[in-house]
Design a protein around this ligand. Structure first.
Ligand SMILES: [Zn+2]
Length: 296
């Protein structure tokens, strides 16, 4: 009984503080010790993380002031090697966006994954020159999808992009790469004489029209890391992909939307701040120890 009460109390305390101030944001440095990705991609933390040097051969880190350039050493090695190989093929620099915070955990804003040091965003804007760190703070990303017509922007999407996704996905360390459904469709329609197996890992997901999101497998032998089920068999270029397309709205739905819009305009009440459900999730025990300082 006591234990149940203690667990509930810990949960309440942890949830409360997670909403008031995100405790994961306060860490400036990773913990020392052997690297471990604890929990799942969207509910976990990182021990023994490493910082990616802010610029390197074939890549530049974007918005470094956010300090989201930490990851499991496996991800650091992967990115460094990917950038080198991409450059060797004659392509521009990879612009690296969000990775993880020094000890992982949930970002206060933005995506819910990136918590265990095994996720990284790579922009679909390609670095055509060396930008200063200051310039990289304000660089704007490129949207490669015409959202109105659900088509790729022919003037923005290049072979270099396609090659970049292929190269990134072909690596054995990669579990999944998320791109906008329209990008996946574009890749599906292209000719790949060296094989299409890697397309299985390229998964359609909304919001990935400015960047692709690379997710690595759990490190071998890391029992604390919760893997994700493998993507369905096949290249994922058929029916499943098109289930992501917007469905035409019925007259009744359009009318309802119009009414809601008018209602929103007429009311002065400010909408409530969204509370992310996963901020309320109870973290794995080792992550709780990490955040309370019990585990250094
Ligand atoms: Zn991401």
């Amino acid at each position: 009984m006591m234990r149940v009460f203690a667990a509930v109390l810990t949960c309440a305390m942890f949830s409360g503080s997670a909403i008031a101030a995100n405790p994961w944001e306060k860490f400036d440095e990773p913990t020392s010790g052997p690297a471990s990705s604890i929990g799942s991609y969207a509910n976990g933390c990182l021990v023994g993380g490493e910082a990616l040097p802010l610029e390197g051969d074939g890549y530049q880190v974007i918005r470094t002031s956010r300090e989201r350039y930490y990851a499991h050493p496996l991800m650091i090695d992967y990115l460094v090697e990917l950038a080198k190989e991409n450059k060797r093929l004659g392509n521009g620099d990879l612009l690296i966006g969000d990775m993880s915070m020094p000890r992982g955990g949930r970002f206060t804003s933005g995506h819910s994954s990136h918590q265990t040091g095994l996720d990284a965003d790579i922009w679909l804007r390609i670095g055509d020159k060396q930008y200063s760190r200051k310039a990289r703070e304000n660089l704007s990303p490129y949207n490669v999808v015409d959202m109105q017509n659900y088509k790729i922007k022919a003037q923005k999407w290049t072979n270099e992009h396609a090659q970049m996704v292929q190269l990134a996905a072909t690596d054995k360390r990669v579990a999944r790469i998320f791109v906008h459904p329209v990008i996946k469709e574009t890749l599906c329609k292209a000719d790949w004489p060296e094989g299409r197996d890697w397309l299985r890992k390229v998964r359609p997901w909304f919001g990935h029209n400015y960047h692709m999101h690379v997710r690595l497998h759990c490190p071998k032998g890391d029992e604390s890391c919760t893997p994700q089920a493998a993507p369905p068999a096949g290249d994922g270029c058929g029916k499943e992909l098109y289930s992501w397309w917007p469905k035409p709205k019925s007259e009744q739905e359009k009318k309802k939307e119009q009414e809601q819009l008018l209602l929103a305009k007429s009311t002065t009440k400010k909408p409530a701040k969204p509370v992310y459900k996963d901020q309320l999730k109870l973290k794995p025990l080792r992550c709780q120890d990490l955040v309370t300082g019990t585990l250094q």
